[in-house]
Ligand binder design. Sequence first.
Ligand SMILES: C=CC1=C(C)c2cc3[nH]c(cc4nc(cc5[nH]c(cc1n2)c(C)c5CCC(=O)O)C(CCC(=O)O)=C4C)c(C)c3C=C
Ligand code: FE2
Ligand code: FE2
Length: 371
Amino acid sequence: MSETTRKKRAIVLFNLGGPDSPAAVEPFLFNLFNDPAIISLPNPFRFLLAKLISRRRAPIAREIYDHIGGKSPLLELTQEQADALQTALNGEDDGYENRCFIAMRYWKPFADDTAAEVKAWGADEQILLPLYPQFSTTTSGSSVKDWKRACAKVGLTSPIKTACCYPTNPGFVEASAEMIKAGYDRALAKATELGIDKPRILFSAHGVPKAVITKRGDPYQSQIEKTSAAVVEKMAIEGLDWNVCYQSRVGPMEWIGPSTEDEIARAGKENKGIVVVPIAFVTEHSETLVELDIEYGELAHEKHVPIYERVRTVCSHPKFIAGLVSVVKQTQDELDEKGPDDYTVETRGWWCPDEHSCAVAKQPSLKPAGA
Ligand SMILES: C=CC1=C(C)c2cc3[nH]c(cc4nc(cc5[nH]c(cc1n2)c(C)c5CCC(=O)O)C(CCC(=O)O)=C4C)c(C)c3C=C
Ligand SMILES: [Fe+2]
Ligand SMILES: [Fe+2]
């Protein structure tokens, strides 16, 4: 097909975003805590609380980012994924000219600016692709809702189809299994050398408050479990010792567990080596490079964990990128068969497009203010 007749397809990649300088830490945190998907209070309470929490947390967060040069590497790594995905999609010769765009939720590039770029490019169709394999209203749901707001604001009207989630996508699972196997083998060799039991794999996902699962009906936790089980099956190691746990707790609410900290302490008591896998992240950032590598590494040392091996995230692993290509194709098929997204947060409550694989409540009890 000639260049002129190909349809222009925008693939919009979503991630959380991270501060690009120490001065950006506080406004980044404010944007996060002012999101009704994170703090479901009506205004002006949410705004005031977000001001308070972001001011209080900023010094702690700045210290976290100080360890990695005062800024998050998330955007650069996401740009690499976008470039790799765009190249792979444009190699498909399926009648589309693809361009990948990035919209971050809490720092630059914001949805408003990216939506204006997509409009200026003249996209005929949009595929929304969260860089979160597991669906949470606090991440993918929030980004999709914010994107649709931005589209309305800039007058971007081309049809949209959203990929909900891909917790057991073969490319994602294979890339993860391959990287974990290498880390597991290294830890196993050390365990043999030390004459101790085989290591345990800890699938450590970013936690969420318990109410997000129990009251809002978020499928996130069950999808984390599905990913972990699929990776374990792919690794095909008999008698593998593994567990799922949750990191990054903030604030006074009860969060889902077990916590990664408790699992590290348990491993210390049992004299077990651990292989820590950040299964809800597909790029490196503060939660992996600081929390896992530095803070939990030190905790493991304190708790006398004999081996601490951290597996890197899939980033632009060719199998993961191939997995994303398959998610785009599947979403395109759904667009062609069923038409564009035909719901909003207003008509469906907290958004989730995948009615089959996740039981998200359509009338959630935790409906945020203004939604
Ligand atoms: C699966 C991914 C994520 C979920 C779910 C999630 C929920 C969630 N997060 C907070 C609070 C914070 N998160 C912070 C950083 C951060 N969070 C994610 C991903 C998920 N968050 C990422 C990728 C990052 C790193 C950003 C970067 O460095 O680029 C932070 C800031 C760091 C800190 O101060 O510790 C906060 C705060 C809540 C409250 C929440 C669910 C309600
Ligand atoms: Fe977070
Ligand atoms: Fe879903």
